[in-house]
Design a protein around this ligand. Structure first.
Ligand code: BES
Ligand code: ZN
Ligand code: ZN
Length: 475
């Protein structure tokens, strides 16, 4: 999709079609007021008027998120049209004093909502829209162009993650994720990639990660990508992603593991963050550590009752093989702290169903030991339009993961407080000097949705990519 800045005058005539925003239901003064009134246009409406080649969208304000959602409705209304080019109403700097944020959001809205995963369908969705004309005053053209370009790149990195999340488990294994990481490093000169398999994990004592992999025909992959900025680095940030290319639950088999191809979305997001960081020239040294494997059933599978010694020497009683993500992350977190020594570490994981129950399907749970950091992260990350809620630790919940036979157990029978007890488990693998520098993001809800919402088409959403990048850009 191409975004072109045009003059106000050109902006009134170019394009096959026009998109108009309406504040709530305020249609007075609009060129098609009468037609809109007849069509019953109201707050929240989207109305396509093919005879005058205009589509009207009601938005509640000019905030970046309202623009993204509004544009997604327009894209939805025009999806079967043959329209190739579209013009937007002239944008003035007056609204919300953040014309650049608005332009970025406009580009995000188009590129995010125009996505579809139809690789395996004979009938592909037609995507004719290829160019959007934007006229703007109150900012210079290069600045406006940069803001649009930023939104486009952010959305493309998100779509890249969606493609990985949507890929099915038979074709997308640890081997494929490794190949994707390597191609990122090949494509960009300032990205490097190293990856390790079973033998290395054994030498490193990463027995929790290895146990989860035990019954998969595909070996485990510990993937490490590094992005080095061209300008001076403002700090070293490490992302750690849960990459379960499939989670059957293992011996504690899930009653229906449908959709568990989405259990790799944390690792996919960690790849997308690297892509976005390069494309946007972020001034941070960024590391992504991906723990990739399947959790399968079979004669070799690890078992409830096993006791595993993780890389940091902590012994773990397995009482549920479906609480596997935390086992993979435990070793990866220890590895990342020791090998990378970052200034900050953020893990992203589709970790618990409890987080989905507690927060609903659209919100990421933000956990850790540093409340101020969690709140700061939430505030900055949600400027992306993604939803984040801080969940606080407490000592009574911490007691629930104690084990009678090991240092810790991997799940709590009964499962109340499941999102927090999972994070408290991860905390056992965070060194003292990192306690305040660690954030855990449970993306089990927003990473994948069979129906889609807003500018997220059905399937994987690329959750946490834009949130984390917005956080870094505002940090
Ligand atoms: N991958 C799942 C969590 C999940 C659930 C992700 C729903 C996306 C949607 C995770 O590995 C899991 O199975 N967690 C268990 C933990 C329990 C056994 C303590 C869960 O949430 O039920
Ligand atoms: Zn599981
Ligand atoms: Zn899982």
């Amino acid at each position: 999709m191409k975004f072109t800045i045009v003059s106000q005058e050109q902006g009134q005539k170019l394009g096959d079609y026009e998109l108009r925003f309406v504040m709530k239901d305020k249609i007075e003064g609009m060129p098609d007021q009468e037609a809109l009134a007849l069509a019953g246009f109201k707050d929240g409406s989207v109305q396509d008027l093919p005879s005058v080649k205009r589509v009207y969208v009601s938005i509640k304000d000019m905030s970046p998120e309202s623009l993204r959602v509004g544009i997604s409705k327009a894209v939805g209304a025009l999806k079967d049209h043959k329209i190739e080019t579209l013009r937007l109403p002239h944008l003035k700097a007056s609204f919300r004093d953040d014309i650049e944020g608005a332009l970025t959001a406009i580009a995000e809205g188009f590129v995010l909502s125009n996505y579809s995963f139809d690789k395996y369908k004979k009938e592909k969705k037609t995507r004719n829209l290829r160019e959007v004309f934007v006229s703007v005053s109150g900012t210079d053209q290069p600045t406006a162009m940069r803001a649009l370009e930023k939104g486009k790149l952010l959305a493309e990195a998100t779509n890249y993650v969606r493609d990985i999340g949507n890929e099915f488990p038979q074709v997308y294994t640890s081997v494929d994720m490794t190949a994707d990481a390597e191609s990122l490093a090949l494509k960009y000169t300032n990205v490097s990639c190293e990856h390790f398999g079973r033998d290395y994990l054994k030498k490193q004592g990463m027995n929790a990660f290895l146990a989860v992999n035990q019954s998969s025909p595909y070996g485990p992959a510990l993937i490490h990508l590094t992005y080095k900025p061209r300008e001076e680095s403002k700090g070293k940030i490490c992302f750690v992603g849960k990459g379960l290319t499939y989670d059957s639950g293992g011996i504690s088999l899930k009653s229906n593991p449908y959709n568990m191809k989405s259990d790799k979305c944390g690792a996919a997001a960690a790849l997308g963050i690297i892509k976005a960081a390069v494309d946007l020239d972020l001034p941070y040294e960024i590391h992504s550590v991906l723990g990739v494997t399947e959790n399968m059933v079979g004669a070799n599978a690890y078992k409830p009752d096993d006791i595993l010694i993780a890389k940091n020497g902590v012994s773990i009683e397995v009482n549920n093989t479906d609480a596997e993500g935390r086992l993979v992350l435990a070793d990866c977190l220890v590895w990342a702290q020791e090998e990378i020594k970052p200034d900050m570490i953020i893990d992203m994981a589709t970790l618990t169903g409890a987080c989905v129950v507690g927060l609903g399907g659209y919100t990421t749970g933000v956990m850790g030991n540093n409340y101020d950091l969690q709140v700061e992260f939430k505030k900055k990350a949600q400027e992306s339009g993604e939803l984040y809620t801080v969940l606080e630790f407490n000592d009574p919940l911490r007691k629930l993961i104690e084990s009678k036979v090991a240092d810790v157990r991997n799940s709590v029978p009964g499962g109340t407080g499941g999102a927090i007890t999972a994070a408290l488990f991860l905390d056992r693998f965070i060194k003292d000097e990192y306690k305040d520098k660690w954030l855990h993001l449970d993306i089990a809800g927003p990473a994948f949705d069979n129906d889609g919402w807003g500018y997220n088409p059905p399937g994987a959403t690329g959750a946490a990519v834009r949130g984390c990048i917005y956080y870094l850009m505002a940090k």
